[in-house]
Design a protein around this ligand. Structure first.
Ligand code: 3Y8
Ligand code: NAP
Length: 248
């Protein structure tokens, strides 16, 4: 058995730890999006595979027997490629995903279906907005230059960012409620924009926003391809022991 973990999330790291503890051979894969990704207790590879063909070739050349797609729910292209390459090579695949966050009493969420809808929801007088969506989609918010944006990024930007009025805070999660409360207060934030990532690593800002009575623009997830999905490491271990070879 040799497991390819498509990683980049808290759950992927927890799975890597579980496989290392059981000395199940695994390789942890990062896209190479950040300067120094978190170290892992199993061998790591960094960088794209080169599309579906590249991934299919990698699976064959590296004698991968199982794929666990533990990427972020917004890593839509990687998940699509994984399903196609798994089908083409006959490699069992399961997704380790986390359910979307659901609002609780006191939340002031405004759900939107994608980045562009989030941008168009920001018309109106200038506000102080925490954009907790990372770096990759910032240029879309040029359409709403009247706001002051608080940007939380993993790495220091190596060039000016495409917005006229912003503050950058460099941090990588998992985050804490106390830390996010302090951040929202310090920057006098009026509204939070975030992705419905689910999981624990990025949930702190939602609790902090609720406690401060702030509205949250919640970007719904993209639709991912049909595939077998589980939501915890135990279910992955069970799948590796029993389910994979039954084609489930
Ligand atoms: C490179 C590898 C672990 C994984 C930790 C999780 C939690 C902390 C919260 C906010 C939201 C955001 C962002 C976020 C979180 C975890 C998890 C998660 C959100 C690292 C990591 C990689 C990335 C890539 C990075 C993206 C960016 C998104 C920042 C590691 C730290 C906003 C997503 O600069 C860039 O290009 C950053 C790109 C994709 C989204 C974007 O569009 O900018 N994640 N994040 C992975 C790779 O190379 O394959 O060092 O751990 C991982 C984590 N980030 O094991 O503890 O599990 O989700 N990551 C979002 O959810 O909206 C921050 O600030 O509140
Ligand atoms: P994406 O848009 O779905 O993927 C774009 C391309 O990046 C893929 O086609 C693939 O390149 C490469 N790639 C993505 N994930 C990879 C991985 N784990 N290993 C090797 N190559 C990978 O992905 P993304 O949204 O940019 O996410 C990139 C990474 O950051 C993923 O590991 C994801 O789990 C993590 N992450 C993303 C978010 C987010 O908000 N998107 C949040 C937290 C963590 P090729 O086509 O060349 O194979």
């Amino acid at each position: 058995m040799k497991v390819l973990i498509l990683g980049g999330t808290t759950e992927a790291s927890a799975l890597a730890q579980a496989l290392a503890t059981r000395t199940i051979p695994a390789i942890f894969s990062y896209a190479g999006r950040v300067a120094s990704p978190k170290s892992q207790p199993v061998p790591v590879r960094v960088g794209g595979f080169g599309g579906v063909d590249g991934l299919a070739a990698y699976l064959a050349n590296s004698a991968i027997t199982h794929i666990v797609d533990a990427t972020h729910p917004f890593a839509e292209q990687m998940s699509r490629h994984a399903v196609l390459a798994a089908e083409r090579t006959g490699t069992p695949l399961v997704a380790l995903s986390r359910p979307p966050w659901q609002p609780v009493p006191g939340d002031r969420w405004h759900p939107v279906s994608g980045i562009d809808k989030a941008v168009s929801s920001l018309t109106g007088p200038g506000q102080r907005i925490m954009l907790a969506i990372g770096r990759m989609h910032l240029d879309a918010f040029q359409a709403q230059p009247q706001h002051h944006y608080l940007l939380r990024l993993v790495d220091e930007p190596d060039a000016p960012l495409p917005l006229p009025d912003y503050t950058v805070t460099i941090d990588r999660g998992p985050f804490t409620v106390a830390g996010d409360l302090a951040l929202l207060r310090e920057h006098c934030i009026d509204r939070v924009v975030c992705k419905n990532a689910g999981g624990e690593g990025a949930a702190a800002k939602l609790t902090a926003a609720r406690q401060l009575g702030l509205p949250v623009l919640m970007i719904d997830r993209p639709v991912l391809p049909e595939r077998h999905e589980v939501h915890d490491v135990g279910a992955i271990l069970h799948w590796l022991d029993h389910g994979a070879d039954l084609g489930v």
